[in-house]
Write a protein that binds this ligand. Structure first.
Ligand code: DQQ
Length: 487
């Protein structure tokens, strides 16, 4: 490593340690989810495994805990869990992207050189999509450390002629035997959200083909942001962010056409957004998502940070053909002190207290009676005034944050969705709590929420069977370690 690079890395590391020290007294700042050392973060961008490292880019305002002056931040990891900050990858400092370098992807070109495709936004005046939002490229010649925008930019200057679109951003690029493909998030006025498909031989000249797929405005929204497209389990998956959430289509792709046969929300709550995936060694498909705040902008500015990355989620196709997700196995490296319970019959009304905490994981496997209601209470104050509830009732999974916080700036709500399997199947439930972040996985489905308890003693954790009974085959809970150097 060159002395210059070593010095820059040391500076960035020192800045991270300072930041985490400064934020140490903030009870809401997560300890084992990635986030920048301060200020604003939104979408994950261009995740890629290259040159032996996981690279994670993200939409970033380095100057304030609010959206604006959007850059591409960058962090790298050897293990998918612990991160080092690298220098900002892209800044909005050119005529064609002065108002922001928006979301995109990263890939290796035919020579193996790392390339970023992103949306350049020259001005925020005018209608998105027709105000010269463009698709542009940057290349790295030094192992993804620094990025040079191409002189040929923009490689696509605007949406196809004659198409009345609702937006034009967030390229996703992949290679096919007969050339490169790019989809760009868009929507056709009067029809619905869509991903516009392009083809190229050299990544510089792009020919518009047609929409890869068009949604129905009412059910799938009028604009598709952050499209992500990949093969999985013998099918293809198209992820799009729309209507405030991420939608996943599973289907067949042939002859440049995608025909979805299954669809569903990638996460049941509106907190997980703009998810972007990559192929990890071994062929695993790993998804990252932006976990938005669920408190007012004043509270975000006062905190000095906003936005958290989800845990890496490994995607799969479930036996019913729908998209499933669970935390990547690497996350288990953060488990510390463990408590274990096995083979417990839980009668109606039974409860099981677990070691309290605000950075914990609970994993359980249970056979639940028909009509039973199993509840995991987290961040519970001793008198129950504050409490977040994860509820499994029949085939319904929900998270209720309506009593999570006494703070009026914190949003409380109930999010829910259906589990893929019948209640007769054992329930596999995992809840990963990291201060203001809660990610819940159950039989392949997930629901993510943000919670900001105001009381310092809201740390209680317990399992209750409110209705019916259950056989708890096993339950483990762990205190979780921080991913930052101990401070
Ligand atoms: N965020 C980016 C856009 C994208 C949106 C801008 C989704 O590229 O469409 O920060 O959150």
């Amino acid at each position: 490593m060159s002395p210059d690079r070593a010095a820059t890395l040391a500076d960035l590391q020192a800045r991270r340690v300072d930041a985490e020290r400064r934020f140490a007294a903030d009870p809401h700042r997560p300890r084992y989810h990635f986030l920048p050392p301060g200020n604003w973060m939104n979408d994950p961008n261009g995740p890629i495994f290259a040159e032996g490292l996981y690279h994670l880019f993200y939409q970033h305002n380095p100057a304030a805990a609010r959206w604006g002056d959007i850059h591409w931040g960058q962090a790298v990891s050897e293990d998918l869990v612990h991160w080092s900050d690298w220098p900002i990858a892209l800044a909005p400092r050119d005529e064609i992207d002065r108002a922001g370098v928006y979301t995109g992807c990263a890939f290796l070109d035919d020579e193996g050189a790392p390339v970023i495709a992103y949306t350049g936004v020259p001005t925020r005046e005018g209608k998105p999509g027709v105000r010269s939002d463009n698709q542009s490229l940057a290349r790295s010649d030094d192992g993804l450390w620094s990025w040079r925008k191409l002189p040929e930019n923009p490689v696509i200057a605007g949406p196809p002629e004659g198409l009345d679109v609702t937006g034009f951003r967030d390229p996703c690029v992949w290679r096919e035997p007969d050339g490169w493909r790019m989809i760009v998030g868009s929507g056709i006025a009067g029809e619905g959200g869509c991903a516009l498909l392009y083809r190229s031989d050299d990544l510089l000249a792009w020919e518009y083909l047609h929409p890869l797929c068009v949604g129905d405005a009412e059910r799938h929204g009028t604009m598709w942001e952050c499209p992500d497209f990949f093969a999985l389990g013998g099918r293809h998956v198209l992820l799009v962010s729309t209507l405030g959430r991420q939608l996943g289509f599973v289907g067949h792709y042939h002859g440049n056409r995608f025909e979805p046969s299954r669809e569903g929300w990638v996460d049941f709550a509106p907190c997980f957004y703009a998810g972007k995936s990559f192929e990890a060694p071994g062929g695993r498909r790993i998804l990252w998502g932006w976990l938005r705040e669920a408190r007012g902008s004043d509270a975000q500015l006062a905190a000095g940070w906003s936005g958290v990355m989800s845990l890496p989620r490994e995607l799969s196709l479930l036996t019913d053909g729908t998209l499933g997700a669970e935390p990547a196995v690497e996350v288990q490296a953060l488990r510390r002190e463990r408590t274990e319970h096995t083979d417990i019959v839980l009668h109606p009304g039974a409860s099981l207290n677990l070691p309290p905490g605000d950075c914990v994981e609970v994993a359980l496997e249970a056979s639940v009676d028909d009509g039973a209601r199993l509840v995991l209470e987290l961040r519970r104050s001793p008198d129950g005034e504050e409490c977040t509830r994860v509820v499994v009732e029949g085939a319904a999974l929900s998270v209720d944050t309506s009593r999570a916080s006494l703070d009026p700036a914190a949003v409380g709500r109930v999010g829910s969705g259906a589990l893929p399997t019948a209640a007769a199947e054992p329930l596999h439930l995992r809840a990963l709590l990291d201060r203001s972040v809660l990610e819940v996985f159950a039989n392949g489905r997930c629901i993510t929420e943000r919670l900001y308890p105001a009381r310092g003693d809201s740390l209680g954790l317990r399992l209750i069977v409110e209705e019916g009974g259950a056989l708890l085959h096993r339950l483990d809970s762990w205190q979780m370690a921080t991913i930052w150097p101990e401070i």
